[in-house]
Each structure stands twice: as structure tokens, then as C-alpha cells.
Design a binder for this molecule. Structure first.
Ligand SMILES: [Zn+2]
Length: 346
């Protein structure tokens, strides 16, 4: 039997009682009468240090008791969480581990959950928003990283024509267009913006040995385009901002993410998985139009030769100085052999 204070739930009148357990019942006795309820309808509150423990009864009544006096077997099966919290409170090392688990869980959420969410968002982004992001990026880059092209009009018109011929025959592509710029900053480079712009620098055009190598790089960039890679990367790297915006109800600011694209171009590179996807897209696209994927090998090798100059842009460039180059060339050669086998009978 332990002392307690009973409130009937209707008045604030406190009745001092003795409380005990009798089989499956909780009983308490005040100055004038005795009460009993089944233990199963009693809800013990979670314990907060310094606050009396509360046994909630039906009809809003409750009994306050001193937690330390409460026999452990009265509510042995209830409030597991409370017992865990209580256990943690008494054991700081465990509490520290708890904090570590929470932090690593949040870390994992940002590491894996955000890319997943960013990809879903990118796939469902209204095309008009992609177009506006691409235009804004170009507007920021033009006059800074991207200067007017110095390629001859003839050369541009020729490349424009073979690009359009190639792109028009790919199924499932959004509208795309090619743009040429001089860019001492980006060097020999190409990248695909969310609005469908494929940007080639003059240095890249000059480095490529032939039209099919040009088309091979084009196909790779169209692969990035088809998979929304740029948008996905920008959204991923802006994941924290996006989550914050959504929590603040400020979804409109997502449009402002376009400002992340120029920074991304100068400061980052595509993920290896994205490069492989873009390469695979390119091999298939080339083969589907009767172009031997060996053209891709010539393009990479040409990039290797102009490689010494600095600059970080698309992974095509980044990887060209990377040990992975050999792997990409091997994949392109395998695609080329498959292409030649398929066309041997013709
Ligand atoms: Zn790439």
C-alpha cells in the first residue's frame, strides 16, 4: 500500500488516499470510501523527473503517486518506451549512443533520402520550369564563363545540321538545341542544361577529329539530357535548401535553384553512375543511327590530348584524365564490337 492523492476529475479537490493492488484491480481508500478499477483501464503516465507520477483513471479521474514508491509489478507491461527513456536517463553512455544513432540516421537521410527525393522531383519537374532554369543559367554564364563563339559560320551551320539530324531521329527526347561558345574558363567542354540546350565550347569542337566524334560527344550529352542529370545533381546538392523551403512553405524559391547551375559547372562534375548512363545512352543512340560507337573512343582520346589545360566541367572532361578513362574506352570498344557484329551481315 502506497500513499497517493486522488482527483475525481470533476473538482480540483485533492483527496489523500492509500493505494494498493489487489489481483487484477487497482484499489484506493480515502477518508470516506473505497474505490476499485480494473488495472487494465489504468493508464500510467510517462514519468517526468520532478513531477508526480500520474495514474489516469476512466472519466478523467487520476491518482498522483510518488514514482519511486510504485511497485514495479503493477504496470509491468506498460510504457516500454518510458522504461527505455528512464534507462537512458540513468545511463549517459547509452544516451550518447542514442544521440549518435539519431545523427547518423539524419545523415543517412540526407545522403540517400535526399538524392532519391531530388530524383523524383527532377523527373516530375514541369518542363516550363526546366526551361526557365536553363535560360537563367545561360543568362548568368553568358558574358562570363561563356563568350561569343569564334567558330566560322560555315562550321557552326554544318555542326548544327548534323546535330539536328541526329537528335531528331532519337525517340523520346525533349526539344534540344546546340549552342557554341568560346570559353577560356571551361576549356574543351560540353554540358547539357535543363532547358534542352547542349553547350559546346569552341575548344572542344576544335579538338574533335571528325563529325562522328562530334556526334558521339553530342550523344553523350543528350544522354545527360534524357536522364535529367543536371537537374538531378543541382536538386541533390540543394536538397537541404529544398527541404527547408518546403518546410517554410516557400516552394517558389525552388525556381531560384537555377543559380546553382553555373556554380555546379565551375565547381563540380557528374557522378560516375551518371557518366556511365550517359555513355550507354550514347552507344545505343549512335548504333541506332548506323554510327560505330568507336567514334566515342576517338572523341575521348582527342580529349585526352587537349587534357593538360585546367578546368572542371562535365565529367566527360573530368574523367578524361582519370583512370576510369580506360574503363570507358573499354565499354565503348565493347559496344563497337557488338555494333560491327550486328552489321557484319549487311
Ligand atoms: Zn558527361
Amino acid at each position: 500500500m502506497i500513499p497517493g492523492v486522488f482527483f475525481d476529475g470533476r473538482s480540483s479537490h485533492a483527496i489523500h488516499v492509500d493505494v494498493w493492488r489487489d489481483g487484477d484491480s487497482l484499489k484506493w481508500r480515502g477518508p470516506s470510501r473505497e474505490y476499485a478499477v480494473s488495472l487494465v483501464v489504468v493508464e500510467p503516465s510517462a514519468r517526468v523527473i520532478g513531477v508526480p507520477f500520474v495514474l489516469h483513471l476512466p472519466d478523467g479521474a487520476h491518482i498522483q503517486v510518488d514514482h519511486d514508491l510504485l511497485p514495479a509489478d503493477w504496470f509491468a507491461d506498460s510504457h516500454r518506451l518510458e522504461r527505455v527513456v528512464d534507462w537512458l536517463e540513468r545511463r549517459w553512455p547509452a544516451a550518447l549512443i542514442g544521440i549518435f544513432v539519431v545523427v547518423t540516421t539524419l545523415g543517412a537521410l540526407f545522403e540517400f533520402g535526399l538524392p532519391w527525393g531530388a530524383d523524383r522531383l527532377a523527373m516530375n519537374m514541369p518542363h516550363a520550369l526546366e526551361v526557365s532554369m536553363g535560360r537563367q543559367s545561360l543568362a548568368v554564364l553568358e558574358g562570363r564563363a561563356l563568350l561569343p563563339t569564334r567558330l566560322s559560320l560555315d562550321r557552326r551551320q554544318h555542326l548544327q545540321a548534323i546535330f539536328q539530324h541526329f537528335a531528331d531521329r532519337l525517340t523520346g527526347m525533349p526539344p534540344v538545341q546546340i549552342r557554341f561558345y568560346a570559353s577560356p574558363l571551361l576549356g574543351a567542354n560540353a554540358f547539357a542544361l535543363p532547358d534542352g540546350s547542349v553547350v559546346f565550347t569552341d575548344a572542344l569542337v576544335r579538338a574533335l577529329p571528325d563529325d562522328q566524334a562530334f556526334i558521339a560527344v553530342t550523344a553523350h550529352e543528350l544522354g545527360h539530357q534524357a536522364h535529367h542529370h543536371m537537374l538531378r545533381l543541382v536538386l541533390r546538392s540543394s536538397g537541404v535548401v529544398i527541404v527547408g523551403s518546403m518546410l517554410m512553405g516557400d516552394v517558389a524559391s525552388i525556381g531560384g535553384l537555377a543559380s546553382g547551375i553555373p556554380i555546379f559547372l565551375l565547381d563540380s562534375h557528374y557522378l560516375r553512375a551518371f557518366e556511365e548512363d550517359a555513355d550507354s545512352f550514347a552507344f545505343n543512340a549512335l548504333a541506332s543511327q548506323g554510327i560505330d560507337p568507336a567514334a566515342f573512343v576517338r572523341a575521348i582520346q582527342a580529349l585526352e590530348r587537349v587534357r593538360p589545360e585546367v578546368g572542371r566541367g562535365d565529367g566527360l572532361r573530368y574523367l578524361s584524365s582519370h583512370p576510369l578513362t580506360a574503363e570507358r574506352i573499354a565499354r565503348a570498344n565493347a559496344a563497337s564490337r557488338a555494333f560491327q557484329l550486328a552489321h557484319a551481315g549487311h
